[in-house]
Design a protein around this ligand. Sequence first.
Ligand SMILES: Nc1ncnc2c1ncn2[C@@H]1O[C@H](COP(=O)(O)OP(=O)(O)O)[C@@H](O)[C@H]1O
Ligand SMILES: N[C@@H](CCC(=O)OP(=O)(O)O)C(=O)O
Length: 375
Amino acid sequence: MSERETIAKARRIVVKAGSSSLTTPAGTIDADRIDALVDVLAARLDEGTEVVFVSSGAIAAGLGPLGLTRRPPDLATQQAAASVGQGLLFARYTSSFARHGRTVGQVLLTADDMMRRSHHRNAQRTLAQLLALGVLPIVNENDTVATDEIRFGDNDRLAALVAHLIRADALVLLSDVDALYTGDPRRPGARRVADVRGPSDLAGIELGGSGRVGTGGMVTKVEAARIAGIPVVLTNAASAARALAGAPVGTLFHPAGGRRLSTRHLWLAHATTGAGRILLDAGAVEAVARRGKSLLPAGVTGVEGDFAAGDPVDLCGADGAVVARGLVNYDASEIPDLMGRSTRWLARELGPEYEREIIHRDDLVVLAEAEKDVR
Ligand SMILES: Nc1ncnc2c1ncn2[C@@H]1O[C@H](COP(=O)(O)OP(=O)(O)O)[C@@H](O)[C@H]1O
Ligand SMILES: N[C@@H](CCC(=O)OP(=O)(O)O)C(=O)O
């Protein structure tokens, strides 16, 4: 089966629409375009496909009601706009899908939520249950609570990780541009890239920034396609029906195949930034990065930043390069007393609770491997 056919026949699919496809330049909901997209998704649901819809647009839809003309630079105002816009957006989806007799469920996620094992399972269970009940989940980042440190920031990668979470067969990214181009499509001479099969197809392509209200531009879309590991089509909302039918529109990103990281590890690698750094000696780098071991206090030579137990932190070698990321078991302030000590010594001197690893290998992802793994 060709990858276009996989999209046409997919039993489970994630569709993501960007802010500019859903809102007007005045910072309000574009009801007509939302209705048109809902009609396409409802038709696919009627064919028996399970769909999860990732919708951006909360911030963009909140601008008009707050009297703002452009995306505010500060996080607090963006969060306020998202709070206003998300409600309006979801109300519109509810009534628009009701025209087709469909019920929708709102799912707001943060990157932080998804890394922690229990939260991650929770989200997975909720999405599965919504699908089992015939409800269309509409996902967005929980913008009002996500701070810069724990913020996912763009919905392209969120959509790719949601596709993992629900084991989707295909992902469709809908933007204001109908495909990936060899350069900024507003400039003359830019040509459509019909297929991306690997990094060599991206050589020489200028991946520019976002449009009027979007986030991430082409960079995050290409990264999402790398993370997804399933066929991904990038096109505009007007071509959604044809893309879902497997027609040769937009850009098709072919999956690379090969071994896959778990969804949680993908989140850790691609959805987080380190809240601090732990410096490792050469033996610890070798153990963690090449032998899949947990990080023990004995191999730690330094600590930077002010993180708390449970936060994601970057693990760096002597040259400062980040080799891995993991969820740390200690607060930053505790680590200097543990550094360079054996776990046996720590257990004897400080008590049995200090026998635990700095980072358990299940909570650790080697970044070079994460890169290799996705394409
Ligand atoms: N090489 C490229 N091919 C296509 N679009 C590009 C390219 N480089 C930059 N862009 C810009 O990326 C924008 C889409 O990204 P973004 O604004 O983040 O969209 P969305 O809101 O749909 O997520 C387009 O408006 C386009 O101008
Ligand atoms: N969560 C944000 C969306 C961020 C985002 O990725 O936007 P976009 O690039 O338009 O998909 C919002 O709803 O405004």
